[in-house]
Design a binder for this molecule. Structure first.
Ligand code: NAP
Length: 538
């Protein structure tokens, strides 16, 4: 997500030195990081657990939540994590080139408290993972974590009126009873493969980007590699694979707008700011406000067209073959699909070992030796890399069952599209069940870390209030859930996001109508939605 306001973007585009030396622009991935930790830990006996709070998911949100619980004096909590280590997105996504496209100064949590400063404005997946593990060690989170364990069901037991208790079961046979469930399952954590025939037929290596293994890089070396998709994951992995593959095919169904990233080393001034509590908070606000400014700018037809013109010239200046350059220019407004950030993507198409496979409709079928494209042509490859994204927002909730009041399942409740007050509270049927980064959260046009901080502050406030008032349960009022959903939905028609399909705006099963599952207003406006009047305590 660009922390670029329009004025800054104009400046950047103006000053970008267009390098004709494509090889020089490609960074080489050092395959130093190993993925041994992905191997599931040896089998263990199932456990019976009884806790106050069960957190599902040990990624960024689960980690922030655990730290805030500790800060607020809660001791009885557990984190269930399906990966063999904490880290979530940054545990799973270890493909070459993987990095965060939000400024680390706003993205990385607890810099000031840990006295840590990132070396650059943008950080790699490995650096983020290391930072999250640093937080886990610093705050003693590991002793609360049950790793390599996937929650399979969450069921409400109302043992007494107004006394909810949730029963969780895991794929390892554990059972856990908890007063509160906090679902921090990630908004982009369920990988999506194309729904095409023959996915199992391919004889070579086939890999979704989020399941990349360290050894995969060697299997790509001097091979014919095809990358399917051209979103953020593709834009990051393509330059790395281009540098080592015998030939790289980039299968583009729809072009992406790729904005310059322009990384920079952390200045001494920034360092001091990040190590200061107020300065660090101010930096987080600056990142959020920059994103809000970008969001306003892309909604304006005039500014968007100006941006499209500038970016098109930028692409044409970098990519020497003007037919390829034209094929790389999207035909929809900037920001409609989430923009990508990279300086090394477009130069790749000047390489003789890279072919852009465009205007062929994308992959229709996978064959034993490659893919069949929608226009009927075929492409042979030794490795297929699926950079085909994720089943966003409510997708992760379809990987386990949640059964609330009166036996109502969350998936039935959300069958017409998920409703979740502030992205946190599903509604009255799900007391003491809260989400972080749930559907209708501001995860599309926002700094996800900041959104999680604010949502978790709210959750802790709610838990503390329950304690102080000797209440046993909290749930969102139906009218509040409906009001927030109406407000969230109302931002979609007429916005830039309604002008194409993307992971955050796609027709649900059995429907033609795209629906937005996230909040796309300004972040400050989002924060103004929070009100204790929206919740019932009893
Ligand atoms: P994505 O943006 O959803 O891109 C998926 C790509 O797969 C699209 O280009 C899509 O084409 C293509 N595709 C799907 N089925 C296809 C088929 N049958 N044939 C050809 N192409 C096909 O997924 P992503 O790149 O993983 O990124 C998703 C989000 O994850 C990002 O927007 C970002 O929020 C997050 N992310 C962040 C970073 C980061 O830097 N922080 C890095 C990676 C991901 P169409 O456009 O035509 O559907």
């Amino acid at each position: 997500m660009p922390a670029l306001g329009l004025k800054r973007l104009r400046r950047v585009l103006h000053h970008v030195t267009v390098s004709a030396d494509s090889d020089a622009a490609v960074t080489h991935w050092q395959p130093g990081a190993t993925l041994e930790h992905r191997v599931l830990s040896e089998s263990r006996a199932p456990q019976d657990l009884d806790v106050e709070v069960a957190i599902i998911g040990g990624g960024l949100a689960g980690i922030i939540c655990a730290v805030k619980l500790i800060d607020a004096g809660f001791k009885s909590f557990i984190i269930f994590e399906k990966g063999s280590d904490l880290g979530g997105t940054w545990y799973w996504n270890q493909y070459p080139g993987c990095a965060c496209d939000i400024s680390a100064y706003g993205y990385l949590p607890y810099l000031q408290r840990l006295g840590v400063v990132p070396p650059n404005k943008y950080v790699s997946s490995a650096e983020i993972r290391a930072h999250l593990h640093r937080i886990a060690d610093h705050f003693g989170l590991r002793k609360h974590a049950v790793l390599a364990t996937k929650v399979s069901s969450v069921v409400l037991n109302e043992v007494a009126p107004n006394k909810p208790r949730w029963s969780l079961r895991t794929d390892r046979g554990d059972s856990c009873s908890a007063t509160f469930v906090i679902c921090a399952v990630g908004l982009l954590s369920t990988p999506k493969l194309p729904e095409v025939e023959g996915m199992q037929r391919f004889k070579g290596l086939s890999r979704h980007t989020s399941h990349w293994q360290a050894a995969d890089i060697d299997r790509c070396r001097n091979q014919r590699v095809a990358v399917v998709g051209t979103g953020s994951s593709s834009v990051q992995i393509v330059p790395e694979l281009a540098a080592i593959a015998k030939h790289l095919y980039v299968i583009q169904r729809t072009a992406a707008w790729v904005l310059p990233r322009v990384d920079e080393p952390t200045s001494q001034e920034m360092r001091l700011q990040l190590l200061d509590e107020k300065g660090s908070q101010a930096q987080r606000w600056e990142v959020s406000d920059n994103i809000d400014e970008y969001n306003v700018n892309i909604q304006s037809d005039e500014m968007n067209k100006e941006l499209q013109t500038q970016l098109s010239s930028y692409i044409k200046a970098i990519v020497k073959d003007q037919n390829i350059a034209l094929a790389l220019i999207p035909d929809y407004p900037v920001g409609c699909k989430r923009v990508c950030l990279a300086d090394n993507y477009y130069p790749v198409f000047n390489r003789s070992n890279v072919t852009l496979v465009a205007h062929r409709g994308g992959v229709r079928q996978v064959t034993e030796t490659g893919v069949l494209l929608k226009d009927g042509s075929t492409l042979e490859a030794d490795v297929l890399v699926f950079a085909t994204g994720f089943d966003a927002f409510s997708g992760a909730f379809s990987t386990f069952s949640v059964c609330g009041r009166g036996g109502e399942s969350l998936s039935d409740y959300w069958s017409d599209g998920p409703k979740c007050l502030y992205g946190v509270h599903p509604g009255p049927g799900f007391p003491n069940f809260m989400c972080l980064n749930g559907p209708q959260s501001p995860g599309i046009i926002a700094n996800v870390t900041e959104a999680v901080h604010r949502q978790t502050d709210h959750v802790i406030e709610v838990l503390t209030k329950l304690q102080h008032h000797n209440s046993k349960q909290v749930a969102a009022r139906k009218d509040a859930v409906d009001r927030y959903a109406t407000k969230t939905d109302s931002m979609f028609p007429g916005s830039v996001f309604a002008k194409c399909n993307s992971w955050y705006n796609r027709p649900r099963d059995g429907s033609d109508a795209p629906r937005l599952e996230g909040w796309v207003g300004s972040f400050r406006e989002y924060l103004r939605q929070f009100s204790n009047d929206d919740l019932d305590f009893s």
